[in-house]
Design a protein around this ligand. Structure first.
Ligand code: NAP
Length: 344
């Protein structure tokens, strides 16, 4: 009889451990300042632009992407009202066998939706076919009129009140911001009831964001890194190095038996930020999350840090005239590819 209990106990512990591990996904979670926790790597779902503007979302394209990602161990999915990917993400999550509470779903309030925060989130939830998201972000402090005809003049402090209300109503578990600078975050911290849990900004080898990261760390704000692969696969020749075949990067990658994108993603997680690489390719989706079985040495971290050029890949220069434009201003010689378009 005792033997049966012993066997049953061993079996249930192994079984529970496996269930727990599978449900938790591959990327460990870290705590946020509101008591919730967030996985340390996620999937980006903005499909980008082509010559005719924002790429059309093909049938099942994002559903497949998210299904492959969930199967590969991703538990954080990043979307936005502006991406037009919410409905396919909702389908993929509903079809998966992973309990909803084990998935961390992020969506964002678009720049033309800020007069109606709660209603905009309800519309996102309707497209997602969900009752809540895990994190709702103000996509940008820059606002547009509803028809995108011109800038709007909404103060992000007012928008934040709507975010707090959305959280109070249980429509989102956590609230945060994206594309805010240090001064804007300071002003928000001085005038809010609920602190932002997360800041989502561009961080990659070309754009280290040391000051912003230090500021967020000292204020208990988790940073998510968008466009984490930076210039690795750029073919325009414009951004600074490195490309994916850079000698220094390849040397490090060979040392750990990894690819250069994996080295970059691991570098970001060791800097304490949460990368959200986008891929619609099953093999690359699997590759990008396979970074939790090695540790970059301090020397290699230093070599990688030297690539910083304070170069911004996502530079919506058309926003520069808005009073809440968050980035450094500069003359733009080329026509702006982001004119009148969402930022990503
Ligand atoms: N908050 C914001 O304002 C904002 C702005 C920009 C982005 N984002 C979010 O951040 C996510 C990621 O940023 P991003 O899409 O700009 O850039 P990214 O994830 O750094 O790079 C995406 C590009 O890299 C390719 N790629 C991905 N993994 C690869 C690999 N292992 N090997 C080779 N190529 C690879 C993808 O092509 P394939 O798909 O063909 O693999 C795609 O062209 C977005 O999808 C979005 O969710 C947010």
């Amino acid at each position: 009889m005792e033997l049966i209990w012993l066997l049953a106990f061993c079996f249930s512990s192994v079984f529970c451990f496996q269930i727990g591990e599978n449900d938790g996904g591959t990327a460990p979670r870290v705590p946020m300042n509101d008591g919730n926790s967030i996985p340390t790597l996620g999937l980006g779902t903005f499909l980008g632009f082509d010559e005719s503007g924002q790429k059309e979302v093909k049938e099942k394209e994002v559903e497949n992407q998210v299904t492959w990602a969930l199967d590969a161990g991703y538990r954080l999915i990043d979307t936005a009202s502006a991406y037009h990917t919410e409905s396919q993400i909702g389908v993929a999550i509903k079809k998966s066998s992973i309990p909803r509470e084990n998935i961390f779903l992020v969506t964002k309030l678009a720049s033309h939706e800020q007069r109606n925060v709660v209603e905009s989130l309800r519309q996102s939830l309707s497209r997602l076919n969900m009752t809540y998201v895990d994190l709702y972000l103000i996509h940008t402090p820059v606002t547009f009129k509803e028809d995108f005809s011109s800038f709007d003049d909404i103060d992000y402090l007012d928008t934040w009140k709507g975010m707090e209300e959305a959280q109070r109503l249980g429509l989102t578990k956590s609230i945060g911001i994206s594309n805010f600078n240090i001064d804007q975050i300071k002003r928000l911290l001085e005038n809010c009831n609920v602190k932002p849990a997360v800041l989502q900004v561009e961080v990659n080898l070309n754009l280290a964001q040391d000051k912003l990261l230090d500021f967020c760390k000292s204020n208990g704000i988790v940073v998510m890194a968008y466009t984490p692969l930076g210039s690795l696969f750029d073919s325009s020749g414009k951004p600074p190095p490195p490309r994916h075949d850079d000698t220094a990067l390849v040397t490090i990658a060979e040392k750990y038996g990894k690819t250069t994108p994996q080295i970059v993603l691991r570098y970001l997680t060791q800097r304490g930020v949460i990368p959200i690489p986008k891929s619609v390719n099953k093999k690359r989706i699997e590759e990008n999350i396979n970074i939790f079985d090695f540790q970059l040495s301090a020397e290699d971290m230093e070599i990688l840090a030297k690539f910083n050029a304070d170069y911004r890949t996502v530079f919506p220069s058309f926003w520069q005239e808005h009073p809440y434009y968050p980035f450094e201003k500069k003359d733009v010689p080329d026509p702006d590819p982001f004119k009148g378009k969402p930022i990503g």
